[in-house]
Design a protein around this ligand. Structure first.
Ligand SMILES: [Zn+2]
Length: 213
């Protein structure tokens, strides 16, 4: 198993590559904004992007989808259904707060790929060994992806090291987010948390030290 973190773009978004040496395929968890960087990394690892798994569809996590889909036409785009409208250019255009980001990435945001499928709570993605955990609150369709064998979970912008996701953006809901965070904290102490921004932490550390929980 290959696991890499790339920190990309204006918001220092974490993009993760989960690859398999056997199948030479990779799952991209939140592409972020820099498709070229991901393509270079995958190429140097000898991997092809099989699926993009989105924790949610905020623009700083998805803009690179367009470049990736162009380079890997067979790549699937998978996410929580309630977040699908976040891939719609007109919706992004109407709601985006950061006009500068919008200007820089407008072409990419205009041509975002359509979702291939929606992921539901409890679903097991056999090829990647990831289980889907619905973690709404930061966005309505938030998803986390848990790798039991590898002892890690991708939490997107739901749970960070010593912080939690913001809920003041459209569709955000504070009580729902808190519930989702506690669901993640039900995992064992040693499980590594790989968040959408900032450093890696563990379930045990967050259960003891996160000031918001
Ligand atoms: Zn976000």
């Amino acid at each position: 198993m290959i696991l890499r973190r790339l920190v990309v773009g204006e918001y220092q978004t974490n993009c993760y590559i989960l690859g398999s040496e056997e199948t030479k395929s990779a799952w991209i968890i939140d592409p972020g904004t820099d498709g070229e960087l991901i393509i270079d990394e995958l190429t140097s690892l000898g991997l092809t992007a099989r699926s993009a798994l989105l924790t949610h569809t905020h623009y700083d996590h998805i803009a690179a989808l367009t470049r990736l889909k162009e380079h890997y036409p067979d790549m699937e785009v998978l996410l929580g259904k309630e977040d699908a409208k976040g891939l719609d250019y007109e919706v992004i255009k109407a709601t985006i707060l950061d006009r500068r980001f919008f200007t820089i990435h407008e072409e990419a945001l205009k041509h975002l790929p359509k979702p291939n499928d929606y992921l539901i709570d409890g679903q097991y993605l056999e090829d990647s060994l990831l289980s889907v955990i619905a973690t709404p609150g930061h966005t309505p369709g938030g998803r986390s992806y848990y790798h039991r064998e590898g002892r890690f979970i991708f939490t997107g912008d739901t749970l960070f090291a010593r912080a939690i996701g913001r809920t003041d953006l459209p569709g955000g809901d504070y009580p729902t987010l808190i519930k989702s965070c506690y669901r993640i904290l039900e995992l064992e102490d040693d499980v590594r948390i790989l968040p959408g921004h900032g450093p890696t932490t563990t379930v045990g550390d967050e259960r003891r030290k996160n000031p918001y929980l």
